[in-house]
Write a protein that binds this ligand. Structure first.
Ligand code: PRP
Ligand code: MN
Ligand code: MG
Length: 179
């Protein structure tokens, strides 16, 4: 797979270092509050796996599968619930984990939904933030790295469902998605 990557943007070591820092900050903020940590499938999966191991307080994990991109590269602007939470968010401190915020459409939808369902608080942690892609006003409560408006893959981020299993964040060679 490495030969399909033009450039490694964020190395495995840099990601793991940042994950440790984020875990520490989340521990301080949520200690003793039993947050409901919601991973947005499928992209948040590797981040959630690593990050939750660095959070040193009791928490509950749940998952939501929403999709806005399908197999293409441009957001359709539609958010579809493919799998809802198993748990009620009512009265809970909800912490949403994302791999990337691009247009912000996925998260603005989820934040509204959880407030409507009477969550006590809703916060967002994203590994990557791509502010140039924003279509709605949305600022994450914590973000690992800011990335440029390039097609990035790895560590959960896919192109046509591939590359999620790369341990780093890379930029795909244009010939991969142009062919
Ligand atoms: C990607 C990514 C975020 C969302 C960000 O997910 O993982 O969830 O898009 O884009 P937005 O800010 O423009 O909404 P996708 O819908 O591709 O599903 P996936 O996680 O299964 O790849
Ligand atoms: Mn996603
Ligand atoms: Mg995707």
């Amino acid at each position: 797979m490495r030969d399909e990557i033009k450039e490694v943007l964020i190395s495995e070591e840099e990601i793991q270092e940042k994950v440790k820092e984020l875990g520490k900050a989340i521990t301080e903020e949520y200690d003793g509050r039993f947050p409901l940590v919601v991973g947005v499938l499928k992209g948040a999966m590797p981040f959630m796996g690593d990050l939750t191991k660095r959070i040193d307080t009791h928490l509950e994990m749940d998952f939501m599968d929403v999709s806005s991109y399908g197999a293409g590269m441009v957001s359709s602007g539609e958010v579809k619930i493919l799998k809802d939470l198993d748990t009620s968010v009512e009265g809970r401190d909800v912490l949403i984990l994302e791999d990337i915020i691009d247009s912000g459409l996925t998260l603005s939808y989820l934040i509204k939904l959880f407030h409507y369902r009477k969550a006590k608080s809703v916060k967002v942690v994203t590994l990557l933030d791509k502010p140039d892609g924003r279509k709605v006003d949305l600022v994450p409560d914590m973000a690992g790295f800011t990335v440029p408006d390039a097609f990035v893959v790895g560590y959960g981020l896919d192109y046509a469902e591939r590359y999620r299993n790369l341990p780093y964040i890379g930029v795909l060679k244009p010939e991969i998605y142009e062919s």
